[in-house]
Design a binder for this molecule. Structure first.
Ligand code: FES
Length: 314
C-alpha cells in the first residue's frame, strides 16, 4: 500500500522517526504491539521496521530508523527520504506479539530495538497490565524517544541505562533476570549481541523458553563458510544443486521454485520450510534452539546443510 511521509523528525543522534499516513487521510490497517512493516526502497531494496506508536492509533504508523554506517543501504536510503514523499509498504505483520496470559511483562530494549518495545509499553499501560521497561543505549544523546518516555503515563516504569555511565549504573542482566516466574514474560529487542547476552542471562537464571520472546532489528552477522550441497523436492523427486556461493532460496528460484521471502536474513520466518530428511546448518535467528535441534524445519534464505542432501517438503 502507498503511504505518505507526513513527518520526518530526529529523535536522537543518527535516529530519525517517520510518521506515515494514507495519502487520502483514510485509516490504516490495524496492528498489534510488536508488529513491523516491510518498507520498499529503491532498486528492490526492502527493509522491515517495527511500528513504535500505540496500536490504538489508526491514522498513522510511526517508525524510527538508525543511520547505520555498516548498513547495506537501507538506513541510508531511509534517511535520504523527505517529508511529503510517497513510500510503498506492506501490511503490518507480527512475529513478536505480547502474550495474553502474562501476569507481568519485562520489556528489554537495546538501542534502536526500543521501537517495538515502545508499542508494547503503550499497549500494556492502556490495558492496565503490570510491566517494567529497561532500555539500554550508548548515551543520553543516542536514546531515541527519551522525551516521549519521560512524558509517558508509565514513565516511572521505565529504567534507562547508558554505556557511558559509571559501571554501577549500567544494566546488570544477571540481576534483572535473576528470578523467573511462570507468569512473567520477557521481551527483548536490540542488536544481535544484546539479544544473545539477554538470552544467555535468561537461560542461566532458568527462564522457560516459552516465556522468552525476542525480535532482532537486524540479522546476526552473516556466518562465513558452507560448501555446496543438494536439495530434493519431495513432491517431484527433483534434485537441485546449491552452490557454495548461493542461498537455498536463490538456487530454488533459479530452478523455477519460488519460496516466499521477506527479510532474507533469517529474521522473519517467512521462508520457513519443512525438512523431511538431512541435517540443516541453521544460520537464522528466528527458530529457538529447541526448534533448531529438531531439524525438521529451516530457513532457506540463510541456512544451509550439514548433510550432502536435504529433502524438503516442497
Ligand atoms: Fe525472513 Fe527467510 S525470509 S527468515
Amino acid at each position: 500500500m502507498q503511504v505518505k511521509i507526513a513527518r520526518k523528525f530526529a529523535v536522537a543522534t543518527d535516529i530519525c522517526a517517520f510518521e506515515l499516513v494514507r495519502p487520502d487521510g483514510a485509516e490504516l490497517p490495524a496492528f498489534s504491539a510488536g508488529a513491523h512493516v516491510d518498507v520498499m526502497l529503491r532498486d528492490g531494496l526492502m527493509r522491515q521496521y517495527s511500528l513504535c506508536n500505540s496500536p490504538s492509533e489508526s491514522h498513522r504508523y510511526l517508525i524510527a530508523v538508525l543511520r547505520d554506517a555498516n548498513s547495506r543501504g537501507g538506513s541510508i536510503a531511509m534517511h535520504a527520504l523527505e517529508e511529503g514523499g510517497l513510500l510503498e509498504i506492506g501490511e503490518p505483520k507480527n512475529h513478536f506479539a505480547l502474550h495474553a496470559q502474562a501476569r507481568h511483562s519485562v520489556l528489554l530494549a537495546g538501542g534502536i530495538g526500543v521501537t517495538p518495545i515502545l508499542s508494547m509499553a503503550e499497549t500494556l499501560d492502556r490495558e492496565g497490565a503490570a510491566f517494567e521497561m529497561h532500555y539500554c543505549t550508548r548515551s543520553p544523546a543516542r536514546t531515541a524517544f527519551r522525551e516521549r518516555l519521560a512524558r509517558a503515563r508509565f514513565s516511572e516504569r521505565v529504567h534507562l541505562y547508558f554505556d557511558d555511565a559509571e559501571a554501577g549504573e549500567r544494566l546488570r542482566l544477571d540481576r534483572l533476570l535473576a528470578q523467573p516466574r511462570p507468569d512473567t514474560h520477557l521481551y527483548v529487542c536490540g542488536p544481535a549481541g544484546f539479544i544473545a547476552a539477554a538470552m544467555d542471562a535468561a537461560k542461566a537464571a532458568g527462564w522457560d523458553d516459552a516465556n522468552v520472546h525476542r525480535e532482532f532489528f537486524a540479522a546476526a552477522p552473516a556466518q562465513e563458510g558452507g560448501g555446496a550441497f543438494q536439495v530434493t523436492l519431495s513432491s517431484t523427486g527433483r534434485v537441485i544443486d546449491v552452490a557454495s556461493d548461493m542461498t537455498v532460496v536463490s538456487a530454488l528460484a533459479q530452478a523455477g521454485v519460488e519460496v516466499p521471502t521477506s527479510c532474507e536474513q533469517g529474521v522473519c520466518g517467512t521462508c520457513l520450510t519443512r525438512v523431511l530428511s538431512g541435517e540443516p546448518d541453521h544460520r537464522d535467528v528466528y527458530l529457538t534452539d529447541e526448534e533448531k535441534a529438531a531439524n525438521d524445519q529451516f530457513l532457506p534464505c540463510c541456512s544451509r546443510s550439514r548433510s550432502p542432501m536435504l529433502v524438503l517438503d516442497l
